[in-house]
Ligand binder design. Structure first.
Ligand code: CA
Length: 409
């Protein structure tokens, strides 16, 4: 497979070069009702729905709906073939005349939620994040709970409120116990937060009753996207005992519009951090699925954190194995997120609750304003890049959302 710049002449440092080729769903400005599957390439989007009609008629039905749903379900053999062919079309001169008119400038499209989210699970895979949260909420106990190094902790979230980047996020209202109050009250969230995470998109389903082993990760996981697990800390703190997150998380979860195939991350694979606890057999990995992905978090355009995904304790293959070890089946379109990505350094924390230590040391922005928590009107964006071939870097796009004021009761 050639990795040359090809006829498109994309500069080598572009986040969407030939080594990335992430998939999304879009509508063109003049055709807002017609959904198409697109591939990000340079500053353009290739209309893959029409390109497959012309060049790959046997697979064209997978892209006709304009969402990734059918392609996700088609399985890893199909994913590989389409990616190989795409690379040839976009790099070999022989295909230029067949698809050049299908490249649409990125600024002329509206990006949609790329697939129908089936089930949504959120993990808690960063030791540094879990330790920080433990120190904040349980200062008199061991920061990590006794189970933490034996299994990837997670909870089931709300698939129907996963929204694509750019969708405004309304400040939630809910029940919370304010400091010093005698009892709970209802009102707008006073401690709104973000969580920078990586999401894994499941392609091939599995059968009920059959666990998916760590070694079958690439058979089922299609790709990755960026995730912002918006969190209402006051609602969460009052409701989470004993069954875990509920309304403090389910009001909205933002994902990036581009799903980057796992195959694009071959140069990003690294050994996970060393583990000091022996794992049960089903969580023992032969392959390294640590991922060297650098996150950047911006609040109103100011860089406030650079969390490193390489520091994550649990790998995505282990999360997948754990999620199915009881026989729970996977559906095509399942999304599971890593949990907040936080590193060891003060500038590497992937949530405001950590950056501002639960509101006690608010983040100060370069414009002089302080942020113990997110304010109405704030814009929070998450971007990330990973190593590509030959010292280049590939991008995952952006997961962005603006905070709208709460709806008056
Ligand atoms: Ca989370």
């Amino acid at each position: 497979m050639t990795q040359a710049a090809g006829w498109l002449g994309i500069r080598p440092d572009h986040q969407f070069g030939l080594a990335a080729l992430p998939y999304g769903s879009y509508t063109a400005a003049h055709h807002a009702e017609v959904y198409r599957v697109g591939v990000a390439i340079g500053d353009s989007v290739l209309d893959l729905t029409t390109a497959t009609d012309r060049l790959m008629p046997g697979r064209a039905h997978l892209f006709r709906s304009g969402s990734l749903d059918e392609f996700l379900a088609a399985g890893d053999g199909c994913w590989t073939q389409v990616r190989d062919d795409l690379t040839r079309w976009l790099s070999e001169d022989a295909f230029r005349s067949a698809i050049e008119d299908l490249l649409v400038p990125m600024q002329k499209v509206s990006l949609r939620l790329p697939f129908t989210v089936a089930d949504y699970v959120d993990f808690y895979a960063s030791e540094h994040h879990a330790t920080n949260i433990g120190r904040i909420f349980r200062p008199d106990s061991e920061p990590l709970t006794p189970n933490w190094k034996h299994l990837p902790i997670g909870y089931h979230g709300r698939a129907g409120t996963v929204v694509v980047s750019g969708t405004p996020v309304r400040r939630p209202c809910g029940q919370r116990l304010l400091p010093g109050a005698a009892g709970p009250e209802y009102g707008p969230c006073t401690r709104l937060d973000f969580e920078a995470e990586l999401g894994f998109v499941v392609g091939s389903h599995s059968h009920l009753g059959e666990p998916v082993s760590v070694g079958r990760f690439t058979e089922h996981a299609f790709g990755v996207c960026l995730v912002n697990d918006w969190s209402a800390r006051d609602i969460q703190a009052w409701e989470y005992v004993p069954l875990g997150p509920f309304l403090g998380k389910s009001f909205a979860t933002t994902v990036s519009p581009w799903v980057l195939p796992i195959a694009a991350l071959e140069h990003a694979r690294v050994r996970p951090p060393s583990r000091d606890t022996e794992l049960l057999g089903y969580l023992t990995e032969a392959e390294n699925w640590g991922l060297d992905i650098n996150f950047e978090v911006r609040l109103n355009g100011y860089l406030i954190a650079t969390p490193p995904y390489s520091s994550m304790y649990w790998s995505p293959a282990q999360m997948l194995a754990h999620m199915t070890v009881n026989g729970a089946s996977l559906r095509s379109g399942d999304l599971y997120a890593s949990g907040t990505v936080s590193g060891t350094e003060p500038g590497q924390l992937g949530s405001l609750i950590e950056l501002g230590w639960n509101g006690t040391a608010p983040v100060t922005l370069p414009d002089g304003s302080a942020r113990p928590w997110l304010q109405d009107g704030d814009e929070l964006s998450i971007t990330a890049t990973a190593p590509g071939p030959g010292g280049t870097r590939i991008g995952l796009g952006t997961a962005m959302g603006c905070i709208l004021p709460a709806t008056p009761a």
